[in-house]
Design a protein around this ligand. Structure first.
Ligand code: ADP
Ligand code: MG
Length: 719
């Protein structure tokens, strides 16, 4: 959580309430006021994301070192991390010209022997702190040095001033800025904890803590920064201690309170007025359909219809595996809206997806006498002007587009439904902008269109409820009948020849194939683009010389990427090498093979989504995962799970358990960005509990007006 932007609450009335405000204010104290942190250090910490005392106190250790045992030097074992206490018997400073830095050589001695200490790069503050004759507590990995002597390189150390001091500890390890030593940061955290401990917030009601088997959040924080000697290191290092769970719960609880209140607010604003249906579009459409809706589609449609008929604007997330038939559900919902004289507006993240929806649905629109348009950045200016006019005049009922919809001056006074496909590709503001195409006005008093958001990222129910706690969530958990599973197999690096033989085979049969490389950080992108380009060149010259090959990578412009994707969709290219997100929703029935290189770097849910892109036609689909990591171990085991499991939600559950929500969703996905600790949650239990408790609390006290809720309101406002 961030304490930035705190505004003191002027209206504080009760003593308790002012108590919380005093605390909040204390926690927003800028770090430069902490003893030992000057303006320069403070600036350094700020670029690192730590601005206030609160930020520092909520900066949790990511692991712990066990220094409860202090070893005798004679008992040092090569390769082991250990603590020693001794006298600094020698200290030598050496200037290393080519590194333009100072090197430090020390000898530590206790009553059993000596060990060397080496700092290859010793900044001034470090070197200045050391002097021959001092007693030091050092910690580090024992290595063999020259002449058979043992040494510790870059040991962590502290000077022991008082020989009676309790030296055995569990020591927290923090992520720290490059120019600042860990021990400094650790010292500041300890100091902040001493001085501000009384200002830590305990915002979760005691009855809830008790029920959930948690401790007071203030105690939890203190415990995490300074674990007692008898603490169990296992759970601490796995972020699953009771203290961890408390902090995670605290954050989730407030998230849910906020989302829950937002949802209540929306349920009080009016939806567009709804008269009786004029015709029977829905029935006519169902008669045109070449298939029967699945049970899940029927059920979800029922949920949507109930929302549409209600007085409040719908805000519903529709979750379903790739190919589960979300489009048809959204289309049928659109027909209901259109039948009532309103407009349905669909927004997709790329031109190619918008085109695909338009092409697929336009033919139905034609048969049902519904006027439809496609609006993207590629729409010629003259045409666009006339389209905008017809939308504003209410002459067009079905509109499909891209971001262009919210960038242009589209005004859709009759907008009844907004549909956002691949909703995670859009930000909250973009989704809101779509809703606002209906026109300006206060959200709570002006009638609002209904919103349907679609996503093919399988997210476990528990997580979806938490992330999207201000919406209703529907799940399509059934695929249309007759789908064959994509045959999935993991190969190791040495078996790659076999993998590409399968690809070649499929291409010779007239099918198409994807080769996917992992997404990388922007800093690695250039190198990857080079590698991928070289690989594509190689493939063009050798094995695949008879087939058109396209390469899309992270550095391409959107138009260029769309151009290549279209060429692949239309069959001009047979093999697509991609280092970037291949649109999940793009339907290329002729694609039958997907190779994923470095599959070990992908999340399971991601892999599952990827393989959903092949085998969409009549022919069998293959997903060939190349594991370039170790052939055994956890990662390899994880990969094997995907050979067996084909249910996206089950796979997502496993991912959540193994890697936490952040990894599951991928760094690029928003939603969790503002959460610091929730990502430490493993599995859905804590997520669900936080939601349940928050909603129950709001049930009893919807506006947080009770005395017991007074603190909450203040805390909520600041988080
Ligand atoms: P997604 O959920 O990924 O958006 P789509 O809506 O694109 O899935 O559907 C995938 C394919 O399945 C489409 O070709 C669609 O026409 C077809 N489809 C949808 N519903 C059914 C159904 N009930 N029975 C058979 N095929 C269906
Ligand atoms: Mg889709």
């Amino acid at each position: 959580m961030s304490f930035a932007g705190l505004r003191p609450d002027k209206k504080s009335a009760t003593e308790k309430r002012s108590g919380v405000n005093v605390k909040l204010r204390a926690l927003t104290t800028p770090l430069r006021y902490l003893h030992g942190v000057g303006p320069k250090r403070a600036a350094q910490l700020e670029t690192f994301g730590l601005k206030t005392i609160g930020d520092l106190l909520y900066h949790l250790p990511f692991r712990y070192e066990d220094r409860r045992q202090i070893k005798k030097i004679a008992a040092a074992i090569r390769g082991e991390e250990a603590s020693f206490v001794g006298r600094l018997a020698a200290l030598q400073r050496k200037y290393v010209p080519h590194r333009r830095s100072q090197m430090l050589l020390g000898v530590l001695q206790d009553d059993t022997g000596v060990i060397d200490l080496i700092w290859y790069r010793a900044p001034k503050f470090l070197s200045d702190g050391l002097a021959k004759g001092q007693t030091l507590l050092i910690y580090g990995k024992v290595e063999s040095g020259m002449y058979g002597r043992l040494r510790v390189v870059h040991p962590d150390f502290e000077v022991v001033d008082n020989p009676d001091e309790q030296l055995q500890r569990i020591v927290p390890v923090y992520v720290h800025p490059a120019g600042l030593s860990l021990s400094r940061l650790r010292g500041w955290v300890a100091q902040a904890l001493r001085e501000y401990r009384d200002f830590l917030l305990d915002g979760v009601p005691e009855e809830i803590l008790k029920r959930q088997d948690l401790i007071a959040p203030s105690e939890a924080l203190a415990y995490l920064h300074e674990p007692p000697l008898n603490a169990d290191l296992g759970p601490l290092n796995r972020s699953s201690s009771m203290a961890h769970r408390t902090i995670i719960f605290d954050e989730l609880f407030y998230l849910q309170l906020g989302l829950g209140m937002r949802k209540r607010l929306r349920s009080r604003s009016p939806a567009i007025p709804w008269g009786p249906a004029r015709t029977t579009l829905r029935e006519r459409m169902l008669a045109l359909l070449p298939f029967k809706l699945t049970g899940a589609q029927e059920r979800v449609l029922g949920e949507i219809e109930r929302d549409l008929a209600g007085g409040a604007p719908m805000q519903r997330l529709l979750q379903g595996d790739v190919g589960s038939g979300k489009t048809m559900v959204a289309w049928l919902a659109s027909l209901t809206v259109i039948d009532h004289g309103h407009q349905a507006i669909w927004m997709a993240p790329t031109e190619i997806l918008a085109e695909q929806h338009y092409r697929n649905l336009q033919k139905y629109a034609d048969r049902l006498d519904i006027s439809a348009v496609l609006l993207t950045a590629a729409t010629p200016a003259k045409e666009r002007t006339s389209i905008l006019k017809r939308i504003a005049g209410g002459d067009i009922s079905f509109i499909v587009g891209t971001h262009a919809l919210i960038q242009e001056q589209v005004h859709a006074p009759l907008m009844g439904l907004g549909v956002v496909d691949e909703q995670h590709r859009f930000g909250v503001m973009q989704r809101l902008s779509l809703q606002r195409l209906i026109g300006p006005g206060e959200l709570v008093s002006t009638p609002q269109p209904h919103m349907l958001l679609m996503s093919a990222t399988p997210i476990p129910r528990s997580l979806a409820m938490v992330l999207y706690g201000d919406m209703e969530v529907s799940f399509i958990d059934e695929l249309p009948p007759g789908r064959t599973r994509v045959q999935t197999r993991v190969f190791n690096e040495r078996e790659r020849r076999q993998v590409y033989a399968v690809v070649l085979d499929e291409l010779k049969r007239g099918h198409q194939a994807f080769v996917v490389l992992p997404l990388v950080e922007a800093s690695e992108q250039l190198q990857q683009v080079r590698d991928a380009t070289r690989m594509a060149e190689q493939m063009r010259k050798t094995l695949f010389k008879d087939f058109g090959l396209g390469l899309v990578h992270g550095r391409l412009k959107a138009e260029e990427r769309d151009r290549i994707m279209r060429a692949f969709r239309d069959g001009a290219l047979k093999l697509l090498v991609a280092t970037t997100v291949v649109e999940v929703g793009v339907d290329i029935p002729n694609a039958t093979v997907m190779v994923v290189e470095h599959a070990e770097r992908f999340g399971l849910a991601q892999l599952h989504q990827l393989r959903g892109r092949v085998g969409r036609g009549a022919a069998a689909g293959y997903c060939l995962l190349v594991n370039r990591g170790p052939v055994s171990g956890l990662a390899a085991e994880r990969l094997r799970a995907i050979e067996r499991e084909h249910d996206g939600f089950k796979i997502a559950e496993a991912d959540l358990r193994l890697r936490g929500p952040g990894e599951l969703l991928g760094a690029r996905q928003s939603g969790l960005a503002d959460l610091h600790f929730a990502n430490l949650a493993r599995g859905g239990r804590l997520l669900a509990a936080a939601r349940r408790e928050a909603l129950a609390w709001l049930e009893r006290d919807p506006e947080l007006t009770s005395k017991a809720s007074a603190d909450m309101k203040a805390i909520l406002r600041h988080r």
